[in-house]
Design a protein around this ligand. Structure first.
Ligand SMILES: Nc1ncnc2c1ncn2[C@@H]1O[C@H](COP(=O)(O)OP(=O)(O)OP(=O)(O)O)[C@@H](O)[C@H]1O
Length: 342
């Protein structure tokens, strides 16, 4: 059961303060995901649908290992690769440099990159722009480059987050063909999209994420139909009711707690392991005290051993150097002779 809790810091300094706060009550929280359970098999393409802000990108970033979940265990067999518009591309580097960087990061050697480079540039088909910094690319070009790199890295799990929505028809068809080829090879695809037609065309199953919850998971036709019914119902609501509906869910996302999660886990028959997680970003009281102690110790140690010398010898030397300055700058040679020698 995957959850993702975001801290809604108002200022950057609040982030640092929060590390040492023994009560986190003053920091507002927001649960982007509230207990997502999914079992996906090799060769399956799963669509992730939902209204804006429902948690699709949060889930796909967790699946790709870009951000950690707050609680829950995730088992992925194989390598993942995510394609989101411009995700992971360095804007200052050229297309070619980005290709090389990404490939080296996946463990290829420079020689291996040289071999697949022509295939990647041919797939991306962005012409001379491949020599331009990515910051000059249009969103379609970024998507082309990102897609070309990701598919040539040959991942076991491919995550596509809205990356097809910005490409033109020719590129879209090329990507669809490659995705279908991946599926046939037994790879798993997660496909985030607002285009229900694309989802219907590509996906075997669909997960409908609704304000951080998994509202429905099943066969594509059925889930898309229910989602469409919801959209129709929602659009027909008067503006005031729409707002109330949205605010009600947002409030639930703010007030969600580990107790709620425990309740969901027991309803679904999960053991305690479903509640465990990487717990990155939260520190236990013991860790906080230990960290504070280490910082104090470092400061004291650093003060006592200034510039590699003990506190006493450092200040003795400081005094001598002051005297040297006085000798050099204020006293004449006769005065020096009289003061120190004569
Ligand atoms: N770093 C963050 N800090 C705080 N809140 C965040 C953060 N990232 C996402 N959120 C919130 O989590 C919720 C889910 O966001 P997410 O981007 O996953 O939604 P989405 O379904 O992909 O939306 P869209 O369809 O608009 O792309 C949103 O309410 C968003 O404001």
């Amino acid at each position: 059961m995957i959850t993702k809790e975001y801290d809604l810091y108002k200022k950057k300094s609040d982030k640092i303060k929060a590390l040492f706060k023994f009560s986190e009550k003053s920091i507002p929280h927001f649960w982007g995901l509230r207990g997502i359970d999914l079992k996906v098999y090799p060769g399956e393409a799963v669509g992730l649908i939902g209204i804006n802000g429902s948690g699709k990108s949060t889930l796909s970033n967790i699946l790709a290992g870009i951000i950690p979940q707050t609680t829950g265990q995730m088992t992925i067999q194989g390598e993942t690769s995510i394609i989101a518009i411009g995700a992971g591309l360095k804007p200052q580097l050229t297309g070619l440099e980005n290709i090389r960087l990404k490939c080296l990061m996946t463990g290829l050697t420079n020689e291996q990159v040289d071999e697949i480079l022509p295939d990647i540039t041919e797939f991306a088909d962005i012409g001379d722009f491949v020599n331009q910094p990515v910051k000059n690319y249009s969103s379609g070009m970024r998507s082309r480059l990102g897609f070309a790199i990701a598919v040539h890295n040959n991942p076991d799990v491919l995550i596509i987050d809205e990356a097809l929505s910005v490409g033109d028809d020719t590129f879209y068809q090329k990507c669809v063909d490659r995705i279908l080829q991946f599926k046939a090879e037994g790879k798993t695809i997660f496909f985030v999209s607002h285009s229900l037609n694309q989802v219907k065309k590509l996906c075997d199953k669909v997960a409908w994420i609704h304000y951080g919850e998994l509202r429905e998971y099943g066969e594509t036709e059925e889930v898309v139909e229910h989602y469409n019914e919801f959209i129709k119902w929602f659009r027909a609501l008067p503006e005031q009711e729409k707002k109330e509906y949205q605010n009600g869910y947002k409030e639930k996302q703010k007030e969600f707690s580990v107790d709620d999660l425990k309740e969901i886990a027991s309803e679904r028959g999960h053991g305690k392991s479903a509640l465990r997680g990487p717990s990155i970003g939260t520190m236990s009281l013991f860790t906080k005290i230990a960290l504070l102690f280490m910082i104090v110790a470092l400061v004291v140690f650093g003060t006592i051993h200034v510039k590699g010398r003990s506190f006493k010898s450092y200040f003795a030397e400081e005094e001598t150097s002051k005297l040297d300055k006085q000798i050099g700058h204020n006293l004449s040679s006769e005065q020096i002779y009289e003061t120190f020698i004569g």
